[in-house]
Design a protein. Structure first.
Lengths: 138, 138
DNA sequence: CTACGAAGTAACTAAAATGGTTACAACGGT
DNA sequence: ACCGTTGTAACCATTTTAGTTACTTCGTAG
């Protein structure tokens, strides 16, 4: 990898804006605050919509949260923007040599550890709510 | 992102082989167990060497661990193969609009959370040693 | 009902990371 | 001196990312 996509941080930024200024939150306005192209925002808004986090109003413009800010965690956002394939942060090399004791077992042994490590990260993300973040924007 | 590079799992596989079969661990042998190209292994071995985890013998061939298997954690390996740029798992979008209260504070507020989340993952990786993995290859 | 601003989306691009591959130089012991 | 091995450089196809242009669809105000 290199790093986790900025889609995640942009999504958090976007949701924060919607929570703070429920009005004027058009794609262009958000793009102006994030400092990127409006299409990038619309794509991310589409993911947030599909995840049931926001309601976007086509035609009229703007968006609103579908959940209370203290019911939206960073983990919800993380998952919404699909940062990893099939929710697997780690990737394991495929088709090791099964005639080798290490090759035969590496996948299963590692999977346990990596799942736990990923879980630790996600649990930490789940502890922070959008409401907590918004409090610090004042 | 998509996912964390298989360099990590291949590195763990490689170190396990060296620990289990201190002899015959040439790049070609390891590549045969991992099922990839020998150059891929040599590149990863170079990173493990630079991290002070292994000693590779040019000319004669083979490698050996420079630390006891119970002194090598998954975090050591994770860091050795440079999976993320500057050890930052998350990336935050740059140059948000500082005239917006959200844009002005998003970076600092998020950085705290993401650092903690990354730290949770790393602490979990640090809890597993190579020795523990090897025990399960028997 | 028309116009206009906004969302939805397809298509294209440049840049970067990944994993594999070929090729060749350097090393070291038989 | 030979031969297997390591150390690298160079190249490639594939994929992801983020940005951009362009066009359609939507919904309300005039």
């Amino acid at each position: 990898m290199k790093q986790i996509s900025t889609r995640f941080s942009i999504a958090v930024h976007t949701l924060s804006l919607i929570a703070v200024s429920p009005n004027d939150c058009t794609g262009d306005y958000i793009a102006g605050s994030v400092n990127t192209n409006p299409v990038v925002i619309r794509r991310i808004m589409g993911m947030l919509k599909k995840a049931g986090l926001v309601d976007v109003r086509p035609g009229v413009g703007g968006a609103s949260l579908l959940k209370d800010p203290n019911q939206i965690t960073l983990l919800d956002v993380y998952r919404a923007v699909n940062v990893t394939e099939e929710n697997q942060l780690f990737r394991i090399h495929e088709n090791p040599n099964i005639r080798c004791p290490v090759g035969r077992n590496i996948e299963q042994v590692l999977q346990t550890e990596l799942r736990d490590a990923q879980s630790a990260l996600e649990q930490r993300l789940a502890q922070t709510t959008l409401a907590q973040l918004i409090d610090r924007f004042k």
